[in-house]
Design a protein around this ligand. Structure first.
Ligand code: XMP
Length: 513
């Protein structure tokens, strides 16, 4: 029986980030919608409740709400943003529209440290994102911190162990958010931290076992990247040979990738593996297509068609296993059914046909990349597999701006090999999230051997990131850049210029398409 924290989701885009922060403190948490909250709260082991933010106004008609009994269970509660405002209204306070919105980095002054702000500097910076504010505190509450526009930046009722924050402690931009959440979990809720990555791995294995049942089979889309490899390890432990891994060579892989993945997989896994050579099939379908979203959709569709065809080889393969992560989900679909913009259709999320007729097995769907790497280590995968730089499902296609002809893909594949080799030769890849080449589709005039050239520019893209959601560009050494530039131009008729991409995410994305 593990200690348990309940996270009630009022629809914030940061709810899974709260869950992730709780996991970082090795505490088990469960995310539930408001209508399931009371039943979930009444189960054993509850140490505390976190109320997420959300887009609604607490005083508005139809705003999400909770049964009052949630606040009568005798456990500590921490409300965040909308969670704070709901709590205030429910306990007899008043929330009103603010005179001005507060959004982004905001200085916060701590008025009363108490257990929540223990060890936090009196002047700190927090991430605000709200229009409403608490006007009247509920009885027994005190202001604990304020910003210039918000007298109740943080409030609390120490006796009941009720606390509420107008800002978001779960977001990395809140300087001391981690300390605040740790104080809540450890000092206020009294959690010791008994939930390890090994427990998480066991739970995920058990869930796959339950989902697939006694004799179900999984067709697993294996890319060789860390995500699908970890899903492979989970499925292997859960159902052994009833998992059939399918590695598709779509003609958009990096140099040497197919052999590397096949060898590594056969060495470290005991699963049924099929390698499909489908390069012509994908490149034919991509012929004449330049639009990035169309390219993504075509590639996603072909992948799914191949998995469906493969599933027919097995009697009970009603399940499709995928290494989908949480950032893939939020960038590809409106995760909460709201008006969230679709940035890119990740093929394993946004591009699945409605008539798939297979149930998805996505054990990593609520996790972030670094958590998946940790899981991989716990599951015994080798470091080389766990630490591999991410490579997108649509492969080189999203780095080849415009049409993916076989010639352009071959050109890009070679340039990419050079970038990787030169980074790795100097250990400049260490600590870098991704480093690769992009064929930009932009042509420029050059001069080689006294002749005029008019060829494509190749971009070097290297970024640092924690989870792929935001990223900073990396500045390789001059020697590294020089070697890359010389090698690419000498060896690649078709490329006469090499440039360095110095765009962070946002405003750019990591891949070019
Ligand atoms: P962007 O380009 O959206 O990429 O900033 C963020 C991270 O996701 C990877 N990526 C993908 N991974 N399928 C994947 O499995 C996809 O369709 C896809 N698109 C982008 C990208 O390499 C980066 O690590």
């Amino acid at each position: 029986m593990h200690e348990r924290i309940l996270i009630i989701d009022f629809g914030s885009q940061y709810t899974q980030l709260i869950a992730r922060r709780v996991r970082e403190h090795q505490v088990f948490s469960e995310v539930v919608p408001p209508q399931k909250a009371l039943a979930a709260a009444q189960k054993e082991g509850l140490k505390g409740i976190l109320l997420s933010g959300g887009p609604a106004s607490a005083y508005a008609e139809g705003a999400p709400t909770l049964p009052r009994e949630i606040l009568q269970l005798g456990v500590p509660v921490l409300g965040i943003c909308y969670g704070m405002q709901w709590m205030c209204e429910a306990l007899g306070g008043k929330v009103v529209p603010g005179e001005s919105r507060e959004y982004g980095f905001t200085p916060l002054h701590i008025d009363e440290h108490g257990p929540l702000f223990d060890g936090v500097a009196a002047e700190t910076v927090v991430w605000m994102s709200h229009g409403d504010r608490v006007e009247t505190l509920p009885p027994g509450f005190r202001n604990l911190a304020h910003s210039s526009d918000c007298p109740g930046g943080a409030i609390g009722h120490e006796e009941h162990k009720f606390y509420a924050l107008q800002f978001h402690p779960e977001v990395g931009h809140t300087q001391e958010g981690e300390r605040m959440l740790e104080n809540f979990l450890r000092s206020i809720c009294g959690c010791r931290g008994d939930w390890t990555p090994r427990d998480l791995a066991e739970e995920l294995v058990e869930r796959v076992r339950q989902q697939v049942g006694e004799d179900g089979e999984i067709v697993l889309g294996l890319s060789g990247g860390v995500d699908s490899s970890v899903v492979g390890a989970i499925c292997q432990q859960a159902i052994g040979h009833r998992c059939h891994a399918i590695f598709v060579d779509n003609g958009l892989l990096r140099a040497g990738e197919r052999d590397l993945v096949e060898q590594a997989f056969r060495q470290h896994f005991d699963l049924d593996l099929t390698v499909i050579d489908a390069a012509d099939r994908f490149l034919d379908k991509l012929s004449g297509v330049g639009d990035p979203e169309k390219k993504r959709k075509i590639i996603g569709y072909e992948f799914v068609e191949i998995f469906r065809e493969q599933a027919k080889r097995f009697q009970q393969a009603h399940f499709l296993g995928q290494g989908t992560l949480y950032p893939d989900v939020i960038e590809s679909v409106a995760a909460h059914g709201g008006p969230t913009a679709v940035i890119k259709s990740h093929h394993n999320v946004g591009g699945l046909p409605e008539d798939l007729e297979m149930e998805l097995v996505e054990p990593l769907r609520l996790l972030f990349k670094d958590e998946v790497r940790e899981l991989g280590r716990v599951l015994g995968l080798p470091e080389a597999m766990v630490a591999r730089q991410p490579f997108p499902g649509p492969g080189l296609a999203v780095r080849c701006v415009g049409e993916c002809t076989p010639e352009r893909i071959a050109l890009l594949r070679e340039a990419d090999r050079v970038v990787r080799e030169e980074f790795e030769a100097r250990d400049e890849h260490l600590g870098v999230w991704q480093y690769f080449a992009v064929l930009t589709g932009a042509c420029s005039v050059g001069v080689m051997g006294d002749q005029r050239t008019y060829e494509e520019a190749c971009a070097i893209r290297a970024v640092q990131s924690n989870d792929g959601m935001t990223a900073d560009w990396v500045y390789p050494s001059r020697e590294c850049l020089q070697a890359i530039s010389t090698r690419i131009i000498n060896a690649s008729p078709g490329i006469n210029r090499v440039v360095l991409d110095i765009t962070s995410k946002p405003p750019g994305t990591i891949e070019w398409e």
